[in-house]
Design a protein around this ligand. Structure first.
Ligand code: SF4
Ligand code: MG
Length: 325
């Protein structure tokens, strides 16, 4: 199938005081049309920075993309002018965040914000756009949409605000929706509802979704394919069944062991020992960035960084345990 997004050797750096540090370090992956790609990893592994790079949201004073390319629908996002990019973003390429309040304007009604967004991208009259806004709210399961369109974000609950964000994000039938931990801040029941709405919309519209989460249950529920990020690198890529049945990278194995089961008490939950190295530590590392936490580490692991190796059946991993040379 056709690729809607292709990221090749992406490097995103933050400037820092003495030298820049890489939050995303030579990352490559793709998303096919109509496919859900799950991106997992602990916080600080570069998942959000990757999506912010695709959305061109890294603030210039803080950092920027310094290497690689991002192709959306075959076009190079990074070399586009602001105007050209603004025609794509919010229409064909959209994003929902963990905290919808940060992207909704508190001074404007929910309906007005959806209407503005639709009218920016489509030639459509005001009345029609308002009707469409109501339909969209209904589609994402908001009761009494004709009343809700007139309300301000602060009048809604967290779950309802996330629904408004989703309504806005799907308003112009995007080819790719990036969802960065969209349910993490919500309580469990609401999480499940939001996930069901996203799944339903994804299927109905055959929309590609890049779903970022640290929740393996969510990954199992929604993804077709999964990539695992660790300290700015992609360390494993696999179709979802393969990912759960036959994880290869020691970090992936650790993440999967850490899934809470109904029969285990929380305090007995397995944890991968240690923490993700910070930017300064990573800057000094030559080899595999997981080496300090890895029980299989070989001398070579500290000296050389492993590249992604094709393991067959759509699975790839970056680990010296699987190198044959
Ligand atoms: Fe562990 Fe070495 Fe593989 Fe890194 S490359 S995950 S340190 S075995
Ligand atoms: Mg994040």
């Amino acid at each position: 199938s056709k690729e809607i997004l292709r990221v090749n050797n992406l490097v995103t750096e933050f400037w820092g005081e003495d030298h820049p540090t890489k939050a995303v370090d030579e990352v490559s992956f793709h998303v096919n049309e109509g496919e859900v790609l799950g991106i997992v990893g602990e916080s600080g592994c570069g998942k959000s920075v990757t999506s912010m790079s695709v959305m061109r949201l890294i603030p210039e004073q803080a950092g920027g993309v310094t290497g690689g390319e991002i192709l959306f629908d075959g076009k190079d996002i990074l070399s586009m002018g602001k105007k050209e990019f603004s025609k794509i973003v919010g229409k064909d390429l959209t994003m929902i965040f963990q905290e919808p309040l940060s992207s909704l304007n508190p001074l404007l009604t929910c309906g007005y914000q959806i209407v503005e967004s639709i009218r920016y991208h489509e030639k459509i009259g005001k009345k029609e756009a308002w009707a469409k806004a109501e339909q969209l709210l209904e589609m994402v399961g908001i009761p009494l949409p004709e009343k809700r369109v007139k309300e301000y974000p602060h009048q809604l609950s967290g779950g309802m605000r996330q629904r408004v964000m989703i309504a806005m994000a799907i308003a112009c039938n995007p080819k790719l929706l990036i969802a960065d931990e969209p349910t993490t801040a919500l309580d469990v029941t609401i999480q499940a509802q939001i996930l069901d709405i996203l799944k339903k919309l994804q299927r109905e519209r055959n929309m590609a979704v890049m779903f970022i989460t640290h929740d393996m249950g969510v990954i199992a529920d929604i993804s077709d394919r999964v990539i695992v990020m660790y300290a700015g690198n992609v360390v494993e890529e696999a179709p979802v069944r393969q990912f759960f049945r036959n994880p290869l990278h020691p970090y992936t194995k650790g993440l999967l062991k850490a899934i809470p089961r109904p029969d285990t008490k929380k305090e007995r939950l397995y944890m991968i020992e240690g923490t993700v190295p910070g930017p300064e530590e990573q800057y000094k590392m030559k080899g595999c960035k997981f080496c300090d936490r890895c029980e299989y580490a070989l001398p070579r692991c500290r000296e050389e960084r492993p590249g992604m190796k094709d393991m067959g059946d759509g699975q790839k991993t970056a680990c010296w345990l699987y190198a044959k040379d």
